[in-house]
Design a protein around this ligand. Structure first.
Ligand SMILES: [Zn+2]
Length: 249
């Protein structure tokens, strides 16, 4: 019952061997891989892949830097595409704010993020949220929407911001670099296991630097969470699966 709630199976890094990658994921015990689109073209590709491979659960979104590149017309087209495929998708993502990329466009990013949150509210779908150097702002905007079904993907904010997001009832998806990242180890220590999910962000953020990451590696995260929380890996796997069901149904 392992789940990877944030990966990019549509990324070109998986073009040569996606079938094998997903076969390995199944062998490792995964039942779902949420693949998040980041722009119009990749949203189309994500849906196509989900039709071909049932293990892929599609999320559609607009990554902050990608959203900034769009004209108003293109932005609308992307929103319409997501609306038109409401029944096929599990979440809105990847969306959020990134003040490291696209500096000086903070307000425009916030406006784009708000429009996507508006859409998630309208479609009654959870959101998978990216935040980099914008963690507090992301929380503020989400709070403004009174968003409930939120996955903070790879959240790097301070522990007081972690607490604030936890108190809002949001989930945290823990990447496999938790095996060496002190920040994510602290996050796991602090957050209730009932609000933890597992992700890879594959092909990014590998547990061993320099490799291409893939969904089967969520097993590393489960093991590390179990170690930190003093639970059996099987127990963590079950709890994470329940958390997954709770937010994505
Ligand atoms: Zn991502």
């Amino acid at each position: 019952m392992l789940v990877d709630v944030h990966a990019h199976m549509e990324h070109k890094a998986f073009e040569p061997d996606l079938t094998e990658v997903l076969e390995r994921a199944k062998q490792a015990g995964l039942t779902a891989v949420i693949s998040s689109g980041t722009n119009y073209e990749l949203n189309v590709k994500t849906l196509d892949l989900a039709k071909k491979f049932p293990i892929i659960k599609p999320a559609l979104g607009l990554y902050p830097a990608d959203a900034l590149r769009l004209s108003e017309e293109e932005f609308e087209k992307s929103l319409d595409f997501i609306k038109a495929h409401r029944k096929e998708i599990i979440a809105i993502g990847e969306i959020g704010l990134d003040f490291q990329e696209a500096k000086g466009k903070e307000e425009e990013q916030e406006k784009n993020f708000s429009r996507l949150l508006q859409l998630s509210e309208e479609l009654k779908l959870p959101v998978i949220v990216h935040s980099r150097k914008a963690e507090e702002k992301v929380i503020e905007v989400l709070e403004g929407f009174k968003a409930k079904k939120v996955v903070m993907h790879c959240f790097s904010g301070s522990m007081s911001l972690v607490k604030r997001a936890e108190d809002n009832g949001w989930m945290f998806s823990v990447p496999c670099n938790v095996v060496f990242s002190e920040h994510f180890q602290n996050l796991v220590r602090q957050v209730s296991v009932s609000q933890l999910l597992t992700e890879t962000d594959a092909p990014f953020l590998p547990p061993v630097k320099g490799q291409r990451n893939e969904p089967m590696n969520v097993a590393f995260t489960v093991k590390k969470i179990a170690e930190i929380k003093g639970l059996d890996p099987e127990e963590v796997e079950k709890i994470v699966f329940m958390n997954f069901k709770k937010i994505f149904r």
